[in-house]
Ligand binder design. Structure first.
Ligand SMILES: Nc1nc2c(ncn2[C@@H]2O[C@H](COP(=O)(O)OP(=O)(O)OP(=O)(O)O)[C@@H](O)[C@H]2O)c(=O)[nH]1
Ligand SMILES: [Mg+2]
Length: 262
């Protein structure tokens, strides 16, 4: 059996990771694709997300806080190392479920995921050849040109750290007005528009810094385009699926056995 395609959902706290994993898994089910969800957040307090595999079976944030006398952030750091020690058990649990797609929800604190060596070890252990990162852009930040540049920088950093193909996903697109959505997507499609928006203000040192950051991103990220989604309205999930297929196989063709649509 071909190894499953793995998608890591990451992004800033509250960007919509957990909700998108749930909505995407539901979309896959409706469209006849087999997937499992994995929660890698030991501090998850979601009452609605019922992952098929849950890291909290092995490592729970409240236990780590108590056992090591740590606050929530210190405990997340310690938990990340503890998870790395359990990663082969997680991998085995994934393999036992024999699926086509593995959707992985990651901790809310993106810096923990992006900047801990243990995360690198976890990703290396769980990722086969068919893996990608969905980096989630919260419209609360992305709707502002400088906020978008900052997120592109973060996304490029995550891609650089993990060396996995990375797709930039604009979440919660339903909360933007049509003109706002058009503007943000236009910035992603045409870097010159984003450049103009960033430099529109007077040339304060702050703006110059954004401009330099922007140039760095332009070099680092050949594809800045954002994929708009809404978990609330189940929009853009087919685009996410196609983008995953492109990354996994270099082709956008749907496999013949999976042509059912809703
Ligand atoms: N309008 C709207 N709200 C959304 C959507 N997706 C998520 N949200 C809301 O955004 C908030 C954060 O969503 P989560 O899925 O918990 O985000 P997260 O990135 O998993 O958050 P942490 O794990 O706590 O960092 C919640 O209040 C969700 O209901 C969406 O598509 N549309
Ligand atoms: Mg979450």
């Amino acid at each position: 059996m071909e190894e499953p395609g793995t998608i890591y959902f990451t992004g800033t706290a509250g960007a919509g990771k957990t909700t998108l994993v749930m909505a995407f898994q539901q979309w896959m089910k409706t469209n006849g694709y087999d997937s499992i969800s994995v929660n890698l957040d030991p501090g998850s307090e979601s009452t609605t997300f019922e992952p098929d595999i849950d890291i909290r079976e092995w490592v729970r944030l409240p236990d780590v806080m108590q056992e090591y006398g740590l606050g929530p952030n210190g405990a997340q750091v310690a938990a990340s190392d503890l998870i790395a020690l359990k990663v082969f058990e997680v991998k085995q649990a994934i393999q036992e479920l024999k699926t086509d797609f593995v959707l992985i929800d990651t901790p809310g604190q993106v810096e923990l995921f992006a900047f801990r060596e243990s995360s690198k070890a976890i990703i290396d252990a769980l990722s086969g050849d068919r893996s990608m990162i969905a980096f989630l852009f919260d419209p609360a930040l992305a709707r502002n040109a400088r906020g978008l540049v900052s997120l592109l920088m973060l996304s490029a950093t995550v891609e650089f750290r993990f060396r996995l193909p990375t797709v930039n996903v604009l979440t919660k697109s339903d909360i933007l007005t049509a003109p706002q959505l058009e503007e943000v997507l236009g910035w992603g499609d045409e870097p010159s528009r984003l450049y103009d928006a960033v430099t529109l203000d007077t040339a304060t040192p702050e703006v110059q810094l954004s401009t330099e950051l922007f140039r760095a991103i332009e070099v680092m990220t050949p594809m800045m385009a954002l994929l708009p989604t809404s978990a609330r309205d189940a929009l853009g999930l087919d685009g996410l699926y196609r983008s995953a297929l492109r990354n996994f196989s270099g082709s956008e063709d749907l496999e013949p056995s999976q042509q059912e649509t809703d």
